[in-house]
Design a protein. Structure first.
Length: 72
């Protein structure tokens, strides 16, 4: 079996690079999906945190200003 020519070697390397490029693109798409999901989750958690802070602020407003003061 004759040794592959230089062009055949280059063609084989190009094919391998194309396959690798497709793999990297698929991996990148999966990672981007994960980033998008985590971004949505972060935004939801930030919204929930803001709502909880608002509720806590409202509860604190109902507490007496002087801790020794008793209100009926």
């Amino acid at each position: 079996m004759p040794a592959p020519s230089r062009i055949d070697q280059i063609a084989e390397r190009v094919e391998r690079l194309l396959v690798r490029h497709e793999e990297v693109q698929r991996t990148n798409a999966l990672l981007q999906d994960q980033v998008d999901a985590l971004t949505r989750e972060r935004d939801t958690l930030k919204s929930r945190l803001a709502a909880a802070r608002t509720r806590l602020d409202a509860l604190l407003d109902h507490l007496p200003a002087d801790p020794g003061q008793n209100t009926p």
